[in-house]
Design a protein around this ligand. Structure first.
Ligand code: SF4
Ligand code: SF4
Ligand code: SF4
Length: 271
């Protein structure tokens, strides 16, 4: 059965344990931790930060509250990024994660243009740049472990499991506490549905979540690709060139690659 995550924003305390766990498991370096005038830390997702927790100040007539929102790849049911990738470097697996094979990537960045959630990021500062994004910890799932962020969350704001079961649970929570939740499970229908589902106490547009129709995402990929017709024509004609680019990037990567630290072995033991 396809897996997913239910992120209940009413349970999130903004501790960013999920963000730290993601960096630790994926061996991602730290980024700037203080941004003048902003509580966001780091301020946006990047090739080094695959998940962020945004802080939202909600002032109502008689009360004041913070709402925290963990954001990452939505692992769409019908992803626009996979539809836009003409060399098949991005792929939706039957288990749920949308995974990326950098050996196939030619660096065109169509996936970045196509994604309606603005998720894929590019390693702009690297000599051989690749696309980076949350993998739903597909490597951990293959070893029978839960995603690192879900495991780290101290309040149970992130639940990992079968998408259908999580949907039922989300509906039950809304039904049991209509005073606490808005009547909307974000990700149930947006852009054809996503593996990541959200519950919130405030409307999602107030938290910066895009309002998307229930039509599947590949339509967005068509729109994105149609906006760059000359490039598409050139790329389609030059498939031989694409192969050459991929092979060259692979060779350059082998020359510049830094070996991974043995950190994962320790985390596995703790898990
Ligand atoms: S379209 Fe965007 S949000 Fe959806 S799976 Fe691809 S990168 Fe993730
Ligand atoms: S699922 Fe894994 S890769 Fe995605 S945000 Fe969580 S820890 Fe990071
Ligand atoms: S670990 Fe849980 S409570 Fe802490 S910021 Fe992440 S989602 Fe929120």
């Amino acid at each position: 059965m396809a897996k997913g995550m239910l992120i209940d924003l009413t349970r999130c305390i903004g501790c960013r344990g999920c963000q730290a766990a993601c960096k630790q498991w994926n061996n991602l370096p730290a980024e700037m931790t203080y941004n003048w005038g902003s509580y966001e830390n780091p301020p946006r997702r990047s090739a080094r930060t695959w998940t962020t927790v945004t802080f939202h100040e909600m002032a109502e007539s008689d009360r004041f509250a913070w709402v925290f929102a963990k954001r990452q790849c939505m692992h769409c049911e019908e992803p626009a990024c996979t539809a836009a990738c003409i060399v098949g470097a991005l792929r939706k697996t039957s288990e749920g994660p949308v995974v990326y094979d950098d050996r196939r990537c030619m660096g065109c960045r169509y996936c970045m243009m196509a994604c309606p959630f603005g998720v894929p990021t590019f390693e702009w500062d690297k000599p051989v740049p690749y696309i980076r994004k949350c993998t739903l910890c597909a490597d951990r799932l293959a070893e029978g472990m839960d995603p690192a962020c879900a495991k780290a969350c101290p309040t149970g704001a992130i639940r990992f499991g079968d998408r259908e079961t999580l949907l039922e649970e989300a509906r039950a929570r809304v039904q049991a506490h209509p005073d606490k939740y808005v009547d909307h499970i974000y990700g149930e229908k947006e852009a054809g549905g996503t593996s990541i589902l959200y519950l919130s106490s405030v409307p999602f547009d107030k938290l910066g979540f895009p309002a998307l129709e229930p039509r599947p995402m590949p339509r967005y990929a068509e729109v994105a690709m149609a906006s760059v017709p000359p490039t598409i024509v050139v790329v389609s004609v030059a498939m031989g060139g694409i192969y050459w680019v991929i092979k060259r990037r692979e060779r350059m990567r082998e020359e510049t690659e830094v070996p991974q630290e043995p950190e994962r072995a320790r985390i596995r033991e703790e898990d």
